[in-house]
Ligand binder design. Sequence first.
Ligand code: PHE
Length: 479
Amino acid sequence: MNDNNDNREQFSSRLGFILAAAGSAVGIGNLVGFPVNAAKSGGGAFLLIYAIFVVVVCLPVMIAELAIGRNTAKGPVGAMGKLSNQSSLWRGAGLIGVITPFMIGVFYTVISVWILGYLVMAATGDLQYLASEGSFDEYTNSNYIFVSMVGVAAIIYFILKLGVKDGIEKASKILMPALFVMLLALVAFVLTLDNASAGVAFYVIPDFDKITPSVINVALSQAFFSLSLGMGILITYGSYLNKKTDIVGAAKMVALADTGVAFTAGLLILPAIFSFNPGVNTDELSNSSVSLIFVLLPKIFLALQDSIGFIGASAIATSFFLLVFFAAITSLVSIIEVPVAYLIDEKKQSRKKALATLAIFGGALTVVCSLSFGMWGAVTEMVNYGGKVNSMFDVIYDLFYDTILPLNGLLVCLFVSYRWKKHNLNQEICEGNDGFEGSFMQKYINFSLSTFIPAILLIILLNTIADKYFATSLMNIFG
Ligand code: PHE
């Protein structure tokens, strides 16, 4: 039965929804995380595994999340509660689906704050500084981050206060096309650089030797995160979707846009690295995406001044950070909309009050998390596990991104298959998609969500726990 939540806002069109969901999906993970992971993990071989995961595992989960949201017109807690006769177990599962984006929002905001800082510095002629040794540590430990934090918070607040149609949808309709254009223009430029083709070759030619169980694990986590799954986001966005929209078709478009941007970002990053340093040893390529964007890329941009002058180099750097910033903003908006919708639906707060509540609690946590790069010892060296000392940022990342995302995905699969039940799921998907009943897609979704997808997610979850917290792997435990 459908909820008669007449006042609930909806996306104004299918395209509006697709751009908003793609805005959520396309983020720092696509533009930076994906190319780095692909480079470290066998180039074309990683691409292949990633693409298979997107189609075989992620797409059904995405469709399930959208169907749960649209059917109930509620966020994760309300939706899972409603479809389970208010079982506290499933409401609890929904609650994890609200806490997760809240916490991921914290570390994502910290990175977005740095990106805004770098964007402003690149645009105001500070590229030389950004490329200098030690500037990243200096910047992240300076008071400038708080100025930038206010900037990011103001933008997010402004967009979310306007609501679903005038805020989220409109921002995505402007930022996403701008992002596509900037990305293509930057790729076209980078491909003209000397030695760029070596980067392209490295990126697309498969090296199957590099494929190990841990690479497979990385590919799935990356795909999950990139498509914004397991975070209640698509349940929440689904709750703003009208009954005429074909969920399967829309999900395919979102997955395609997200994967297309991730792939294209690789055509930007890898040729740039190879042209900067033709002898690059990709095994030593920056260990993390963070050091790639903030440490290596500014050096690459600055080196461009030999051929296009300092202004030209600064313009390229500025467009790059603007591109990443746009991607980060539309993702952040979606992450924060989940707890906002929770406070509105379940705690009966107004949108404005919900935003204020989150500004206080999320803001405080973000500030503390920003201090965990050296400014405050207690959070910089917070706990010891997995054989190393971890900062608060590391803890949030390991716990929510790496561990809880696959857990949430697993819960969604179990929920739709065994609690809400397949026939209800199918009935919801059929709205706006008459041909779904009896189709191959239907059989595939029903079978996969009740069998091998939860199994794969469980293995990934256990492996991550073994790896992160016990510095071992499932292979070592059972092997
Ligand atoms: N999918 C986004 C990315 O790839 C990140 C994101 C995570 C967005 C969580 C929303 C929620 O960067």
